[in-house]
Design a protein around this ligand. Sequence first.
Ligand code: SF4
Length: 677
Amino acid sequence: MLDSLLTPSIATATPDAPVLYTPSLTQYTRRKTIPVTIGNVPMGSDYPIRVQSMTTIDTMDTAGSVEQTIRMIEAGCEYVRITAPSVKEAQNLENIRKELRARGYTTPLIADIHFTPNAAELAARIVEKVRINPGNYADRKRFEFIEYTDATYAAELDRIREKFLPLVRICKEYGTAMRIGTNHGSLSDRILSRYGDTPVGMVESALEFLRICEDENYYNIVLSMKSSNPQVMVQAYRLLVQRLDEEGLKPYPLHLGVTEAGEAEDGRIKSALGIGTLLEDGIGDTVRVSLTEEPEREAPVAKALIDRYTSRVSQDPSTGVRPIPPVTTYPINPFQYARRITHDVANFGGQHVPRVIADFSHTPVQEHDVLHPIGHFYLPVPDKWRMNDLGADYVYTGSRPAGFMLPNGLKEIQDYTIWQSAGDLLNIVPLLTVAQYQAARQGSGPLHNRLNIVRLTLAELSPSLLAQLRDDKTVVLLIHTDNTQAMPELRRLFVELMNQGITVPVVIERGYADVAEENVPLYAATDVGGLLIDGLGDGLMLSVAAQPEADTLKRLNGLAFGILQAARTRITKTEYISCPSCGRTLFDLQETTAMIRQRTDHLKGVKIGIMGCIVNGPGEMADADYGYVGIGRDKIALYRGQQVIKKSVPADRAVDELIELIREDSRWIEPEKVETF
Ligand code: SF4
């Protein structure tokens, strides 16, 4: 039995060190929030985490809006949001609501408001909740930097109060709830000038409006801090929680979402990474997943994310939740990204990008083709290997060594006993248990002279092992757990290494043998992404069933790279920031996104925003390199960063013109044939 470093502290169960943004870093506890009345579906920590989404149809199309809302309710939405860009749409919410009620649907409706206080004031008399964006409720964006003195800034706050007070009073009178929903991409010039494009600015943007509500004794409020960058989004929510506590404001329920997440698996990964990371720490009272797909496809994803926590009763072993030693010193800054400091071991750690290890321990590596799913292609003529952007770095073959020489860009990892007997102690890397490693250190067998991968759990971290890790610069840890609270347990392991000053690189291993296929990306993005987002992890290895098919191996490999991309730790593909569309949308977003993706998805690292309207689009696409924005029927504006370059391009030429723009910047490359394998 190993000497355990951590067991005694489990017994004494001292509480976690205070980290204000979460009730506990090691024991799932939902953050306590006040109840908010939203029609007949209240929100807050006394109630389940709610699912919601937003219609995409023109709000003036009453029948279409009703039908779509019903489809969304039947898919699991507990609230439905509908855009009200002007007074006439706000007024039409009444017809939509009446028809829904007449058909027996009592689901609360939410009016989505940007720029139009008069539409908000009308909608607040009709529907159960109004969402306002503090970035544009009282301000127009001119992309100007404004110098404020304290006095001029205070005068601005007075101006906001005057514009906002009527809505607060109407909401109070009608019992209407409100979401103050900050978007990273649409912060006002005032906030940007004062606080910069930062999580601090996002939080302050909401608090300015919230303080006005509290002055009026109006508390029926939900808050959100969305961004298309999950890292920024997570930091902003954490900071918001902390600032509410520090300022003595009420603990309002939080609406979680990653904006413009995109479509398909990438959209799901990005959403899960942001939303799941917060849910793991008990933060969040309602979830909206934004996908560039039909809105009824969003609710099942939100529900799958939420369901993971409904049965997570702390410390109940029957649910697979096992106690994790408390954290007394937390070495991670949760509000600012910094990668954990590690030393180099081969191509792990240090400044190296996180590595992807493909698990082929149950897949014989006997034919060249078996490596196609992980991005390595053998070309008989000219007898060479090619690799695409998603080429795995290592393949773990377990106890079944590869039957041929692997390509240069792919190294083999074998179980230690096989490695010892296979004979190639230089080019193949051993994977050892802790016991094997410690025995080898005492001379029982050889070790690799550059890279030894030691697989372990938190419980196996012992003082003697830590002492060995401290002076051995050939080790990379492969950490795993079967605790249902996976992310917190793995995080706890990192915390221990950091507090002990151990800079060994660490690869995160996760297996999802009993998880439904559609949930694997969501769970993996949460478990691994939740660590990467705090700078933890120098690689990952994912696995599922015992005998994965080629398709599954390909999916897992894509998932691994997708998680690294969404966490912005290793960029291997084009990033699309596409809005989910709504009643303002001026073209078919799904079709257009697919078309743009088809022509540009080989442009590694380029970020393209695809936005349905000029009103919010340019702001919402935040840090995109290029923007494709609807400005009218069949008319598109093309952006370079935040600057409009081509003002009114006919839709049928817009993708070509976008490519031309990318070409002008010398960022265009012709698609390589090999990538179509
Ligand atoms: S950017 Fe897209 S989702 Fe946002 S308001 Fe415009 S069309 Fe609607």
